[in-house]
Design a protein around this ligand. Structure first.
Ligand code: PA5
Length: 459
């Protein structure tokens, strides 16, 4: 069951010659595409893109994850992920995509596992609110941090650690699972010293590319998701994304068209799923695309200020808030629709109010038909207004197609980074804010930064 990718509405034949591209436009990139492909190959063989091999190289880990997940399901009522950014958005996206939309509210025998929470913020109200509704004795916390030092995640972990010790005494360590790097950071040291169950994020796998590592696999398996199918889908897509032929490689084609669009000033990338279950994929993708491509310098050290601002939208909800801007506002966007080929539940619209012609036409259809029609209609309205869009259809939303989607978007992002000649795997722009936070809270070694902050203009 393969994802279908429709890029017609990026092309001049559909949206017109002013905005749309031609096959020749894509072919004119041949030299850049080939060079980018070669760099992808070189990075992959140098182990710098280990995330691409995750679908194949984790047999032992997958067995261990499935075993641990079984144990977790047996032992607890709540499973809480402590993490942020790449250590939180993937688990949330996959769980929402593949489980019941009111998973947590279902009775235990109707759920695939314990109630699932992702604590990806440090808002004290949110943290306190979660503690109000969970019983620590019935909860397992999965602290996820690649660096093992992110302030938000480590602060949450410290709070949970203390609470568990106070409430559970000596058995507290069995309520913590750490997912982190094998060497870097404090988390691995603490986990080893304390004897927590621990999963390792491989070294060539950065935060936002880590969903198919234990970062995403453990929470998914705990919630009853078939992670072997998820990986099989990703492996299948990865095979499709190996060829240098841009017209046969879905990730390369999407990246090449986005690259052409960026060159014409399309600075905004909208992701608009027409399926509530894919809502958080737009969040996951926003981080992947923004943090990977938003760069001041290219690999030659020149100032380039690259990237597209991601916007998250949801069909049909945001038709009534954002689509007016997409059709009539500035010509600065590329919209990616995510479409469900079928829905896991269907609801009939009853044939009532037959005498009211403005309503009678709805009766006899299903909500799925209405939503699908609205997606097509929005796509059409954008095309008519000469606006660029892609549509990625998941014939069914299942672990195999979701695995494909994850790998497709990750390879697309990495390849776009190569075309832009930037490092898609670092995030230097986040560092300044992190360092300023450390200085404000008095972390040793940040005294100079504290002075720098004190000298800023008064407000
Ligand atoms: O993509 C990234 O590297 C970041 O967004 C990280 O995922 C995020 O900062 C969390 O980092 P860590 O997993 O090290 O706690």
């Amino acid at each position: 069951m393969k994802l279908q990718i429709d890029y017609n509405n990026m092309m001049a034949d559909y949206v017109g010659p002013q905005e749309g591209f031609t096959r020749q436009d894509i072919e004119s990139l041949a030299g850049q595409l080939q060079a980018a492909h070669q760099r992808m190959l070189a990075k992959r063989s140098a182990g710098e893109m280990q995330w691409r091999d995750l679908p194949w190289q984790q047999e032992a880990e997958v067995r261990q994850i499935i075993k641990t997940a079984r144990e977790v399901r047996r032992r607890c009522e709540n499973f809480v992920v402590l993490g942020i950014g790449g250590s939180a958005l993937g688990p949330l996206a996959v769980q929402t995509a593949l489980n019941h939309l009111h998973y947590n509210e279902l009775p235990p025998d109707k759920r695939g596992g314990p109630r699932f929470y992702v604590l990806d913020n440090i808002d004290p109200e949110r943290v306190a609110a979660l503690f109000d509704i969970i019983d620590p004795a019935q909860t397992i916390f999965n602290v996820i941090s690649k660096s093992g030092s992110t302030a938000e995640t480590m602060a949450q972990f410290m709070i949970v650690y203390q609470m568990l010790r106070q409430k559970l005494g000596s058995g507290y360590a069995a309520h913590i699972i750490a997912t982190t790097d094998a060497e870097r950071g404090n988390l691995i040291k603490i986990a080893r010293a304390e004897g927590y169950a621990t999963f390792i994020i491989p070294s060539g796998v950065g935060g936002r590319y880590s969903e198919l590592s234990p970062v995403g696999l453990l929470p998914a398996a705990v919630c009853g998701i078939d992670i072997e199918e998820l990986l099989a889908g990703a492996a299948y897509m990865d095979q499709l994304c190996r060829t240098a032929d841009v017209f046969a490689n879905p990730a390369y084609l999407l990246a090449a068209l986005q690259f052409l669009a960026m060159q014409r000033g399309k600075n905004i990338s909208v992701m608009m799923p027409y399926a509530e279950s894919l809502k958080y994929f737009a969040d996951w993708y926003a981080q992947l695309w923004a943090e990977s491509l938003g760069k001041r310098y290219n690999l030659s050290g020149e100032e380039v200020f690259t990237g597209q601002t991601p916007v998250k939208a949801l069909g049909a909800t945001d038709q009534h808030s954002q689509v007016q801007l997409y059709t009539e506002g500035p010509f600065d966007k590329v919209v990616t629709f995510l479409k469900a080929g079928s829905f896991r539940a269907e609801v009939d619209i009853p044939r009532v109010f037959k005498h009211v012609s403005g309503l009678a036409f709805l009766g006899g259809h299903t909500l799925g038909e209405l939503l699908t029609a609205e997606q097509l209609a929005t796509e059409y309205a954008l095309m008519k207004a000469a606006r660029l869009s892609f549509t990625i259809t998941l014939p069914e939303i299942n672990p195999f197609t979701v695995g494909q989607l994850i790998q497709l978007l990750a390879v697309k992002t990495a390849f776009a980074g190569e075309l832009l000649h930037i490092n898609a795997f670092d995030q230097p722009g986040v560092e300044e804010g992190k360092n300023a936070t450390y200085a404000l809270l008095g972390r040793p070694g940040y005294e100079a930064k504290k002075e720098e902050l004190a000298a800023r203009p008064a407000k």
